[in-house]
Design a protein around this ligand. Structure first.
Ligand code: F6R
Length: 256
């Protein structure tokens, strides 16, 4: 796992856009997260598309998760969010997400897994982290081998996400999310965490034991995982001096 500490959200966005850019080629498969953590990276990708002729043509994308029961056209469905925040503004070939309105969710989830596999698998998966350590919407207690399925959000996650809705009562209780086993099959995992509210979860994920108690700790089992954090989210990392030294002496030839 490579932990990179950058100054702030904007710097995290630029670095993550650089990493995504390394993966972009015809046929590349991008794994997209929603929520606020990846937004600076999406803004930077849009800017590069407009101003520096970055093209995502020939690439497709899969979303990590979706609320169950929220109409696709709802402002806060992850299908709406990703279109508004990224895919309407770039030239990606297509974007698919789990269908939170499906009447038979297990069948839809199996089809979603099959579609990811048939695409050749996700090349680079962007991830945020919940304040309770969730990855995708795999809440604490999720099997480290889990596949796409329904999960129940914790009260803490619903309170954290209430900022996107009129009130916490409007945040759905259920979601459909790629499992931790699904996420681990992507070629490169890139976790973005910014702000002091993420500091505890980041330390548990990067330096704590691998445990279903902190689902994001499963990143430690992936051979190619990059964790991009800002100063505020890095405050509880015990090895922060080492991460800084590694970054400042990173050879030019060494990719992420
Ligand atoms: C969203 C997702 C979630 C978020 C996490 C952090 O697709 O999978 O795991 O990444 O809840 O959300 P933000 O970035 O809003 O703090």
């Amino acid at each position: 796992m490579e932990v990179v500490i950058v100054e702030d959200r904007a710097a995290a966005g630029i670095l993550v856009a650089d990493i995504v850019g390394q993966h972009v080629r015809a046929g590349a498969v991008l794994g997209l997260a929603t929520g606020s953590s990846p937004l600076p990276a999406y803004q930077e990708l849009i800017r590069r598309h407009r101003e520096e002729s970055l093209s995502l043509s020939g690439c497709r994308a899969f979303l990590l998760d979706e609320y169950v029961g929220l109409p696709r056209a709802h402002h806060e469905s992850y299908d709406s969010v990703i279109r508004r925040e990224l895919t309407d503004h770039v030239d990606l070939d297509r974007v698919d997400g789990p269908d939170g309105e499906a009447t038979n969710i297990p069948e839809m989830a199996a089809r979603y897994e099959a579609a990811i596999a048939e695409s050749g698998g996700v090349d680079v998966q962007l991830l945020g982290i919940g304040t309770d350590g969730h990855l995708g919407f795999n809440e604490p207690g999720s099997s480290l081998a889990s596949r796409t399925r329904v999960k129940t959000l914790t009260r803490q996650t619903r309170e954290d996400n209430a900022r996107f809705f009129d009130s916490v009562d409007d945040v759905p209780h259920h979601v459909v999310t790629q499992g931790l086993g699904t996420i681990l099959e992507a070629g490169h995992l890139v976790l973005i965490a910014t702000g002091e509210t993420k500091a505890r979860a980041v330390a548990a994920a990067a330096e704590g034991p691998v445990s279903a108690f902190c689902p994001a700790s499963v990143l430690q089992m992936h051979p190619r995982a990059t964790v991009v954090v800002d100063e505020a989210a890095a405050t509880m990392l015990q090895l922060s001096d080492y991460y800084r030294e590694t970054w400042s002496s990173k050879p030019e030839w060494q990719q992420f």
